[in-house]
Design a protein around this ligand. Structure first.
Ligand SMILES: [Zn+2]
Ligand SMILES: [Zn+2]
Length: 344
């Protein structure tokens, strides 16, 4: 089969002809119909994120049709439309038995620790393949399995409830999903903090209260808009110590700040006045869980989470085209998502 693989870190991905993977009794073989090209794939290619096994087929946002089913897999049949949960886990360690597989002792990420979806076929454990409703296009089924799934996990980690207000710091791919998911939970007011005028306008057009962080301190703006109260939940999706601190400071009493963005910077917090005195919580968010995915898939099926067609671009399973998309991701913060659509 054809596959587009990382052969050497720092070099363009290369096209290879490799055998179709052989499945075990608990696996399924999927004919890839769509594979999202993610910002983290650019980090694997450049070496910012380490890959220990090369060559490797990238691609952790995958949807397709079941081609072959292992004898122990009972919930899927040949021909089923599926999307793929990218964390392969053992199912039996102390974390897996509690349904917290993102910390599985022997967890592997598809497209990082094992071959991913930039190929005609992919082998995954049956437990990682989720039925994709007929109404949902494959390309949407692929891209929701990364940033949208993490946005949903962040809301769950923050114990976000109907009627609560929320501040979303950063309106890229995660924020775009987070706003729609918050509304699917019947949220109260949503504040979107951004410095990009186009993203502020887009957030406002989706019903959020746009907070322009260039014009004044976003914490002051949120406090003013809430008569000094603050918000119940804040999501930090940017990955900067400054916005993480703002996410904590804009909370109401008992508020929860969920930190999703990655940074190596340190954040300073005054424990008494900024945390203890208000009983606020600072919560780390990492990846997402298999148990959350059916809700996500249903939100997409029912149209509560949507991606306008102009937001989705497609390329062939072609190394040159894919490398150009990765080049673009290294320089742009656009929300346009590109999906590989392999032709049979
Ligand atoms: Zn991704
Ligand atoms: Zn495990």
């Amino acid at each position: 089969m054809r596959a587009v693989r990382l052969v050497q870190v720092g070099k363009p991905l290369a096209e290879s002809d490799i055998p179709i993977p052989e499945i075990g009794s608990s696996d399924v073989l999927i004919r890839v119909a769509a594979a999202g090209i993610c910002h983290s794939d650019a980090h694997y290619r450049s070496g910012i994120s380490k890959i220990d096994r090369l060559p490797l087929t990238l691609g952790h946002e995958v949807a397709g049709r079941v081609e072959e089913v292992g004898s122990d897999v009972t919930h899927l049949s040949v021909g089923d439309r599926v999307c793929v949960h990218y964390l392969v886990h053992c199912g039996s360690c102390e974390f897996c038995v509690r349904g917290l597989e993102q910390f599985c002792r022997s967890g592997q990420m598809i497209g990082k620790h094992r071959d991913g979806g930039y190929a005609e076929f992919i082998k995954v454990p049956g437990a990682n393949a989720f039925q994709l409703p007929d109404e949902t296009p494959f390309e949407v089924g692929a891209i929701i399995m990364c940033s949208s799934a993490t946005a949903l996990h962040a809301l769950y980690k923050a114990r976000f409830k109907a009627g609560e207000s929320i501040a979303i710091f950063g309106f890229g791919g995660l924020g775009f999903s987070a706003l729609q998911l918050a509304r699917a939970f019947d949220c109260g007011d949503v504040y979107v903090v951004e410095i990009n005028p186009a993203k502020l306008a887009s957030a406002a057009s989706m019903g959020a209260i746009a907070i322009d962080a260039r014009s004044a301190d976003p914490v002051e703006q949120i406090k003013e808009a809430t008569s000094g109260r603050g918000v119940d939940v804040a999501l930090e999706l940017i990955g900067s110590a400054k916005t993480m601190r703002q996410a904590v400071l804009c909370l109401a009493a008992f508020g929860r700040a969920a930190l999703v963005g990655l940074t190596a910077e340190s954040m300073s917090i005054h424990p008494y006045t900024e945390v203890i005195n208000k009983e606020v919580e600072i919560i780390g968010v990492s990846d997402h869980l298999a148990t959350e995915l059916p809700t996500l898939i249903e939100f997409v099926r029912s149209g509560r989470l949507r991606f306008p067609s102009g937001m989705l671009h497609s390329v062939d399973l072609d190394a040159g085209q894919i490398n150009r998309v990765l080049d673009g991701l290294e320089t742009s913060t656009e929300r346009i998502r590109t999906v590989i659509l392999p032709r049979e």
